[in-house]
Write a protein of this length. Structure first.
Length: 406
């Protein structure tokens, strides 16, 4: 995250006063504020004031602490896709249980790009000597131990036979993705820098609340399997009880969608009053509010979304097509899955291009399982299904909070 984002978050979370950190802030910062009412059907009368999130820097942390600033609002951190570390709980490999699998360079073995280069050379030589009857590219993905642990079963929910992988808990689950070496740590920052400086400002294990999750699962599935929303609700309630302050939920990328879904779930099952009592701000950094077209590419053309050094093309298809979370990032509008803005087109025999809806595109790409996963979202009243009395799905409605900052 940029220095400016840190300055922005400082003013949301800190307060001046005694070391208890329970007094109100006396800062006169120029950090932007979002005020006004948020209706359930639109943005209402929100207004933005201030000079923008670029008003802060790392050095300001020490300066503000020296002036008497202390931790005020407990902070909840919700990471994005691929941004919670995963660990092995059950494995046919004896020494893997209890260890990290996402991301572990030791378990990855050879860099897939290098493996592919060697394989291509051998395949080229073999084809001249003994022509192959079929392309066994796909078999590579099923023989790598690491990938067999990272992929869910074909239903996008169940564990593969003999394997159980779950999200790690605590700060280490979302500070850096790869801690094998200092060099890899610095290149895999999630919330690491922010956590470091919040700790400098006086945050501790009771006021800095990590909320990692299994990013391979849809919100419905992660709550069903791991009780994720129930656990997060409990953590926030304890923070309010202990600190007598509402929390600031800081979410990033797909985590913004997960955090918003959590709040919609709370409003549905526990009432808007719970949110008003427990949540001060919802901060969304880089949120794909109405989706990210690149999510479609990873399912159709195996776009690796920055994971080039971890996955081969065929492996990326296995990896993403077994995740019920991916449709959460797909573009949506009032027609749900399109055809929208020509995200996917099919070249016809006459050379022209015909726009495809997402279900059509996945059928053409032999990914019918993705269409099955999408139905879960279409039938979910907390996402795309329009409940009686509403005019738009909750996926297109603003989060049910009084203060949204993004």
């Amino acid at each position: 995250m940029a220095d400016g984002s840190i300055g922005f978050l400082q003013d949301l979370a800190f307060g001046s006063g005694p070391p208890s950190g329970l007094s109100s802030s006396s800062s006169s910062s120029s950090t932007p504020s979002l005020s006004g009412s948020v209706s359930s059907e639109g943005l209402g009368s929100m207004s933005i004031s201030g000079s923008g999130p670029g008003s802060g820097s790392w050095e300001e942390v020490a300066e503000k602490v020296a002036k008497g600033w202390r931790a005020k609002h407990p902070v909840v951190l919700v990471p994005g896709w691929c941004s919670s570390s995963l660990e092995v709980w059950k494995s046919p490999i004896p020494d893997w249980p209890g260890s990290t699998v996402w991301v572990s360079l030791a378990k990855l073995g050879l860099v897939p790009k290098a493996v592919q280069e060697v394989k291509d050379i051998l395949k080229n030589v073999a084809s001249k000597i003994l022509p192959s009857k079929h392309d066994d590219h796909h078999s590579l993905s099923t023989t790598r131990d690491w990938l067999s642990h990272m992929c869910l079963a074909e239903d996008g929910y169940s564990d593969p036979e003999g394997i159980m992988v779950r999200p790690k808990e605590g700060i280490d689950a979302l500070n850096y993705l790869c801690c094998d070496l200092k060099a890899t740590q610095d290149k895999s920052v999630i919330f690491g820098f922010l956590i470091h400086h919040l700790l400098q400002a006086g945050y501790d294990s009771s006021s800095l609340i990590p909320a990692p999750y299994d990013w391979r699962l849809s919100p419905q599935k992660m709550n069903k399997r791991d009780m994720y929303f129930w656990k997060l609700k409990s953590k926030i309630e304890i923070a309010l009880l202990q600190h007598q302050q509402r929390v600031v939920i800081v979410s990033h990328s797909m985590g913004c969608k997960v955090g918003t879904y959590f709040l919609q779930w709370i409003a549905e099952h526990h009432g808007q009053e719970w949110i008003d009592r427990h949540v001060e701000h919802l901060v969304c950094l880089g949120s794909p509010w109405i989706g990210a077209p690149k999510a479609i590419r990873s399912l159709i053309t195996s776009d690796k979304q920055g994971l080039d050094y971890f996955l081969l093309d065929a492996e990326m298809l296995d990896f993403t097509r077994r995740q019920t979370s991916v449709p959460l990032m797909m573009p949506i509008d009032l027609e749900h899955w399109g055809p929208q803005r020509d995200f996917v087109s099919l070249k016809t025999k006459d050379g022209s291009f015909r726009p495809l809806s997402l279900p059509e595109a996945f059928s053409v790409a032999d990914s019918e399982v993705t269409n099955e996963f999408m139905k879960e979202y279409e039938e979910d009243p907390l996402y795309l299904k329009v409940s009686p009395g509403r005019t738009i799905p909750l996926a297109l409605a603003p989060p049910p909070v009084a203060s949204l900052k993004c």
